[in-house]
Design a protein around this ligand. Structure first.
Ligand code: ZN
Ligand code: ZN
Ligand code: ZN
Length: 274
């Protein structure tokens, strides 16, 4: 499979509109973007493509990157930066399958699949398919498994994506704290490529109203606030998952400029073949 990172930023992206911080200025100078999160997975064996999350930057991403429109989508959770690009499906698709978790979120009283159906009930070109966590399903010739992660107060799912023919495996943490349940860790383990939420470096936790959590033995916080991993948390998780290769994604413009474009922080347009 061929992986294209369409969107590697957090919810405001980099550069952030109206922001003149050094990181945003450097990104503008160098023509680098971290748009809102989305990953394109092309399965050349069957000639189909799967889109992971529907970025609000969908149109810009598909005009910028040379990738075909998807044959199906998977949605990790209902936050704006992962779902609100779905409206772009209007008049672009005849019938687009959208896959999402079907278990009820106690916070909203409905599942991710229900919320998508409700929010986009005017879009008759999409069909939402419900899936139980940990139960693999097939789409675009790939085996996809949704696994619960920790992104309070909403449910959110990481993704394991495997090619049953070649054994290649892509894992995504989804938006999550460091507190990923063990059963989900087992499903995400041993990927050829891991895409891990690393919104800010641990040093910035002091600026969060509730600070950092899930400290390591040296006192470094692996969670920023409650919802996302720090860079250090994401790298530690990658170690525990035994990832062959790791790219850090869902990155905020708050990274200091001298750290913001260092390895293994991803930028839009990166491509990997697994
Ligand atoms: Zn900025
Ligand atoms: Zn989120
Ligand atoms: Zn997000």
């Amino acid at each position: 499979m061929q992986i294209t990172l369409l969107g590697t930023g957090d919810t405001t992206g980099t550069p952030t509109p109206g922001c003149d911080c050094e990181t945003c200025e450097r990104a503008r100078e160098r023509g680098i973007e971290r748009s809102r999160f989305s990953v394109h997975v092309r399965n050349e064996r069957v000639g189909e493509s799967l889109l992971l999350d529907a970025s609000p930057d969908f149109r810009h991403q598909f005009l910028t990157e040379e990738v075909p429109l998807p044959d199906a989508m998977v949605i990790s959770h209902i936050h704006f930066d992962h779902l609100d690009g779905l409206g772009n499906a209007y008049r672009l698709f005849d019938d687009l399958p959208v896959h999402a978790a079907g278990e009820t979120d106690p916070t909203t009283g409905e599942s991710v699949a229900d919320t998508i159906r409700g929010k986009y009930d005017y879009l008759d070109r999409i069909t939402v398919h419900d899936h139980a966590p940990f139960e693999p399903f097939r789409t675009c010739g790939l085996e996809v498994t949704l696994v619960p992660v920790d992104h309070p107060p909403l449910v959110c799912y990481g993704l394991a994506i495997e090619d049953p023919e070649t054994g290649a495996k892509l894992s995504l943490t989804g938006d999550t704290s460091y507190d990923v349940p063990e059963r989900s860790m087992a499903a995400l383990a041993d990927p050829d490529l891991l895409l891990a939420d690393a919104i800010v470096p641990a040093s910035l936790c002091e600026h969060h109203p509730i600070g950092g959590r899930h400290h390591d033995s040296e006192g470094v916080p692996r969670t920023f606030g409650t919802k996302h991993m720090t860079r250090e948390g994401a790298l530690s998780l990658a170690d525990r998952l035994n990832a062959k290769r790791t790219r850090l994604v869902h990155l905020a413009h708050f990274y200091p400029v001298e750290e913001a474009f260092e390895e293994p922080l991803a930028v839009d347009g990166e491509r990997y073949r697994l």
